[in-house]
Ligand binder design. Sequence first.
Ligand SMILES: Cc1ncc(COP(=O)(O)O)c(C=O)c1O
Length: 426
Amino acid sequence: MRTYQGGRTFAEEKDQQDVLAHLREHFYTKENQIYMDGNSLGLCSKDAEAAVLRALEDWKTHGINIWTGAETNYFLYHDVIGAKIARLIHAEPEEVTVCGNTTMNVHQCIATFWQPTEEKYRIVIDALNFPTDRYAVTSQIASRGMDPEQVLKVVESRDGKTLDEEDLIAAMTEDVALVLLPSVLYRSAQLLDMKRLTKAAHARGILIGFDLCHSIGNIDHDFADIDCDFALWCNYKYLSGGPGAIAGLYINRRHFGRGPGLAGWWGNRKDTQFELRDGFEPAGNAGGWQTGTGSVLSLAGVDGALNVYDGVEMTQVREKSLDLTAYLMYLIDTELAGYGFTIGNPREDAVRGGHVALEHPEAARINEALKVAGVVPDFRYPNVIRLAPVPLYVRYVDVYDLVGILKTIMDTEAYMAYENKAGTVA
Ligand SMILES: Cc1ncc(COP(=O)(O)O)c(C=O)c1O
């Protein structure tokens, strides 16, 4: 049972007791800024910077020999990084690779795992997932000459914020071939029970995969236990791999023999890739799902960012994330009652991810006022301010100060100086 108190001293004491407090030193934080947007773009770490600079230096020094030189060997870089990410999600090193972007990896997984037959051809998605997943699935269906309206089965939300797992399971009917769901919903932060859903899908002969964009690097997933068929994610949010960082892909090893739906030479067996044979022979691991040459500078950013996790267990990261967000909700409940805010994310630990979804009818303009006051929040249309206290670099005092700033904004009506409409990015 978590208990909290008011006052800044309480937050300072929490920071002193925090076993992960030292990780903040890895990051470029700013003195007068409270960064709450690591669920959109994580902060730059010195480790990521060093790895990118090293890759640049290697390019300068080695030219073409950057790929296979004894000191560099960037040819196998994606395997090295895949293994580092695998530790975070309890997958096997061969089951994880880094390539493309989230959207392209949705395309890859649908192309690979959706093998429709006359009887079993439908794809279950949900109405709340980030839209790019739906766009990609829809275009995959159309590219096979089928009607997306006939194939897609979209599970609606009952309350407009969360998904009911009973509804998701009820949608897994005889005619369903594949399910694609988010691990954590991008707006309400609801965390789905991936193990339960996987079990239900497999019991019905259905393949299932997840979009981990809002959980990778923050939630202690156990893929050995979840045992889903595939997963994909971006590495630029909690993981702090850099803007537009190369994305991630998990392929359960039982599917290695299947080969990729979208093939390319970078997915070929590494020992014969440069023989440039006519026939494609996929690598016998998740690397077989690579397509073309990955950006080394982008790979380096992700590689360096992962060094921050050295010696850290994901259970510690998750525990701090839950504690910071619970503290934030406590302060919202106690300090901001009566200002018209509601909390739009689930309250129970087992079903919530790493951000708090603060709702208010004037959210867009309150978000603007927060920015002017030195907070970096994130707005999602029409009324949600997402606040993500990323445990790697956000302190308890940041959470305390943030709520104080919000209270001042409401007391002084500072938000009235702005229009109640969204900006271009967040
Ligand atoms: C759940 C989810 N999927 C996908 C994306 C974006 O996809 P991509 O990395 O291909 O731009 C986001 C971006 O915020 C997201 O939240």
